[in-house]
Design a protein around this ligand. Sequence first.
Ligand SMILES: C[S@@+](CC[C@H](N)C(=O)[O-])C[C@H]1O[C@@H](n2cnc3c(N)ncnc32)[C@H](O)[C@@H]1O
Length: 392
Amino acid sequence: MEKREKFVAKTYAGLEEILLEELEQLGAENCKLSTRAVLFEGDMDTMYRANYFCRYALRILWQVGEFHFRDNKQFYEEIYKYPAEKVLKSNGTLAFSVTMKDAIFSTPLFAAQLAKDAVCDRFREKYDERPSVRKENPDVQFHIHIMGDRATLFLDSSGEPLYRRGYRVASHPAQISEVIAAAMVKLSGWQADCDLIDPMCGSGTILIEAVLAALNVPAGFFRRSFGFYRWKTFDQKRWEQIQDEADIRDDVPVNFYGSDISGRFIGMAKDNIREARLTDFIRVRRSPMNESRPVRTPSFVIFNPPYGERLDMEDIEQAYKEMGDTLKQHYAGCTAFIISSNVNALKNIGLHASKRFTLYNGALECKFMRFDLYKGTKNGDFRNLQNENSDN
Ligand SMILES: C[S@@+](CC[C@H](N)C(=O)[O-])C[C@H]1O[C@@H](n2cnc3c(N)ncnc32)[C@H](O)[C@@H]1O
């Protein structure tokens, strides 16, 4: 049996638990929650699987060393000991990134340079040839995490962050991270058992992530590369076998509708949907939110309105009030989820949130709120206590 290795899956704050569950389902062992991360163990297959299948991870780091050090010299010596030639060719390229807290080094850059010197000196002394530094897209990206006098050495197995799924060909100015969009679909509890509507779909990220999840398409299906592709240890045959484990469905029995007030953004959504090969699944059209209606009831509505940060809205509070009015008047019997960083604007929705999560869209702290739009009252704000599933 292959050796057990230690890994760290990085993610956004608030997604640790769903990532842990996902890793366990992939066979990862000893999974533990950490801050914006999940620690786990497994073999190289587990590392390949995590990169290919995880929807909620940003990158997968392989822990290859851990040591204490007193001074620069000992730090250098400990890095020198790591047999980097196992993964890196002597004429290859490398880069180091460092995060640190309470460390002896004046800057992370200084620690990164010392570590790079140690690896390059080892190559020169042992093989008479040394790798060169390449900041962008190196063959091997090292990462060192330093806490006081303790350092942990990692190899970044993902390369480009895993939210770069590979289907996004059009770039919307306020697009949501693919990882957050996938997490919103998961946290909403939608189970591909009713239609899904995004009435402010922009470039279509939420709908695309929902269909990919419903069809069981691996999160990494469209990516052209992963960090480990250029490691000496890369096992192409094993990687292909792992990709073949994907059990992709060819249909899902519900419909997906997107609309947006901007024709330009609808054009972007169409481009991304085409690139993700989902034109048979998602219908998008130009239309304002107040004209959107569910085709069938119940439906799920998940959307990401402007927050008034990256996209201007003339009267943001009035706009949120109108969103609430549309949901109340036309979506009775449906479930709506809204993500926004604008807490004041959210108050204008005028509906009672039965559940709320805190998520981060980039640096912005957001509320992701559930609204149950009950039938039976004119304004849809009737609180059926028997049905209400509130955690707050
Ligand atoms: C934050 S962006 C959504 C980004 C999208 N989730 C993505 O990943 O590309 C908000 C979108 O709401 C749209 N929008 C603003 N006001 C609208 C309205 N009244 N009706 C429909 N769409 C609207 C904007 O055009 C914009 O595309």
